[in-house]
Design a protein around this ligand. Sequence first.
Ligand SMILES: Cc1cc2nc3c(=O)[nH]c(=O)nc-3n(C[C@H](O)[C@H](O)[C@H](O)COP(=O)(O)OP(=O)(O)OC[C@H]3O[C@@H](n4cnc5c(N)ncnc54)[C@H](O)[C@@H]3O)c2cc1C
Length: 260
Amino acid sequence: MVWASQHGEPQQWAWTGGIDEWRLVDISDKQVRIGAAVTLAQAVRFRELRSLISAVIDGAAVVGSVQLRNQATLVGNVCTASPGGDTLPGLYVHDAMVEVVNAAGSRRSVKISEFLCAPGKTNLAPGELVTGLTLCGLAPHEGSTFHRFTQRNALDLAIASVAARVRFESDGQTVAQASLALGAVGPTVLDVADAAALLVGHALEPSRLRQCAALAAESCRPITDHRASQDYRRQLVQTLTMDVVAAAAARARGSIAMTL
Ligand SMILES: Cc1cc2nc3c(=O)[nH]c(=O)nc-3n(C[C@H](O)[C@H](O)[C@H](O)COP(=O)(O)OP(=O)(O)OC[C@H]3O[C@@H](n4cnc5c(N)ncnc54)[C@H](O)[C@@H]3O)c2cc1C
């Protein structure tokens, strides 16, 4: 359910689940389009999405609980704009574009990093709705993964989370391209391009992974709250980054398939 509001009061209501074309997933070459009414559970069950946008599906698979994933949409997770939204780091590494339409029918497309402005805030104007997301899927020799840390396995928000995308040269050893995004350790998801760049042009030696993880931890901006301290969150980012890059690399090499 979505409302278009002004001054905080709902004025118009829209039931996105009733719009047939918003329930569609389109795959064309490596481009993926996911309509605004596609639920998290539907996205997770869609087998081709697991291999094309693995990090997003890892995130979708752990949101809330089974009941919640059966009802909640991927686009709803984006529009909630929680810094700890589980699908968001994956959407960053898959270069997601958010498709927006207004009441007059004009359309625009916004990069996810520009769409998410602050905790709970998007750049949607009054009367605008999101119609879907377009994403850049994985190429050969490429893998992506999302990991989060929570105190419980369900119905718990991430204390820290990381998504990584890694592409190898055809030798299967040298990193050709890498991206990293951090969740729950800043006002919005953080794209830590400098940390990811440390991997490019090199084999994934443990020392290089450690350097990359240390820079990711330095770059984040966590808060201390009732769930964890800043320092603890920073340490989590360091550990999660090491794990997630190694897992994305394993998927890129085809040595670990998704087991959802
Ligand atoms: C008990 C509980 C546990 C949760 N656990 C998690 C968790 O573990 N991880 C996590 O990431 N999130 C969690 N959430 C948050 C939430 O469930 C997700 O963000 C969910 O994906 C929201 O999707 P929805 O389709 O239900 O959106 P809604 O709740 O219907 O909408 C969310 C917001 O987005 C707007 N919106 C939705 N669709 C559109 C659209 N097409 N265009 C414009 N605006 C739109 C709505 O107006 C509203 O402001 C939890 C929530 C609850 C209640």
